[in-house]
Design a protein around this ligand. Structure first.
Ligand code: PLP
Length: 333
């Protein structure tokens, strides 16, 4: 694969394909199993083209990513009225699928959105994974894949969710964030946690399709020469990133904010669990923006980026605990 141009810490850089993906050997069993499927599958022309699988009542089927799928009156498009999930697939397996599926249904319940049975989503995801894996049957490794699955409330008045799953290569800058860290700005999220947790219509903690504010945060970061954001409350309490959770480390103690008012992140929860088993003290506690500057290390976690160290906050270089970073990264392997 030809080198691609990535945007790293504000400057363009060419990187080779092997730097883009975390490659792992496929288990022999998986290879054998998928080999039997090879003949029945449509050959894809581009190895890295995104994959789209639609959910229909009579089964999940592959569709053309380039073709229109959503109607102009789909409430997911008109109002962000819907839910989604995202995870990383490694060696052909979606990480923490059960937890993601459970969260999808929790998010949907918060939106009073009735979803199809989870077996239908699972079938669509399995199809995405098998298409991707088969593209790489002749390669030594199956590259990691970002798998997302969506449900909108559907077309206006139809009361029939529109659901699909996609697969796309891991963006190169996500890989680089893991390796080199990120410059982050803090942004006021405009609410105190106490003001939202008793207001379910504000959808605290739902992974809904309304990510307009989150994406605006990224635009603001870019304007200020940074790559990511940590949202804080007006009083300075650390919340989360637009698509990540925040963890800090002080000595052998790892702290993450309480889940109230933010997304109950699956990666941060796994990190805390594994770190506790490895002898770290772990805690969910409220901490302030100021503590980001005094901690031994600050990281963003998410299912796609896994663990990315923060190198700068609001233009100021912070401590980058390289050894700690490597140790924590192994906890998400
Ligand atoms: N917070 C927000 C707002 C997110 O969108 C995400 C993931 O996209 C996360 C946190 C991290 O959650 P997870 O680790 O489950 O991916």
């Amino acid at each position: 694969m030809a080198p691609v141009t990535a945007y790293v810490n504000g400057s363009e850089r060419a990187i080779e394909a092997h730097q883009m993906f975390t490659c792992r050997t496929s288990p022999a069993g998986v290879r054998a199993e998928i080999a039997t499927l090879r003949n029945g599958m449509r050959q894809t022309t581009t190895m890295t083209a995104p994959i789209l699988v639609l959910l229909e009542e009579d089964g999940a089927y592959e569709d053309d990513f380039a073709e229109p799928l959503i109607h102009a009156d789909d409430t997911g498009v008109l109002r962000g009225d819907g839910v989604f999930e995202a995870t990383l697939a490694q060696d052909g397996y979606a990480r923490d699928l059960e937890e993601h599926m459970a969260r999808l249904y929790r998010s949907a319940a918060m939106l009073d959105l009735a979803l199809p049975d989870k077996s239908q989503f699972e079938a669509a995801i399995a199809k995405v994974l098998s298409i991707w894996t088969m593209r790489h049957l002749d390669d030594e490794f199956v590259p990691d894949l970002v798998v997302r699955w969506y449900a909108t409330r559907g077309r206006e008045g139809a009361d029939s969710p529109v659901c699909w799953a996609t697969g796309a290569p891991v963006p190169p800058d996500m890989e680089l964030a893991r390796l080199e860290g990120m410059r982050v700005i803090t942004l006021n999220r405009g609410f105190e946690v106490e003001n939202v947790i008793d207001s379910p219509w504000l959808l605290p903690g739902a992974k809904s399709l309304s990510y307009g504010i989150n994406i605006a945060g990224y635009r603001e970061a870019k304007k200020r020469g940074a790559e990511d954001v940590i949202f804080v409350t007006p009083s300075g309490r650390v919340l989360e990133g637009p698509t990540s959770n925040v963890v800090i480390k002080n000595g052998r103690t790892i702290s993450a904010p309480p889940v109230e008012g933010i997304l109950d992140g699956i990666t941060v929860e796994r990190l805390l669990r594994t770190a506790a088993a490895a002898g770290f003290t772990v805690e969910r506690r409220v901490f302030s923006r100021d503590e980001l500057f005094t901690a031994d290390g600050v990281w963003l976690t998410s299912s796609v980026r896994l663990l990315a160290p923060v190198t700068h906050i609001d233009g100021e270089r912070i401590r980058f605990d390289e050894e700690g970073s490597a140790e924590l990264a192994t906890m998400l392997d």
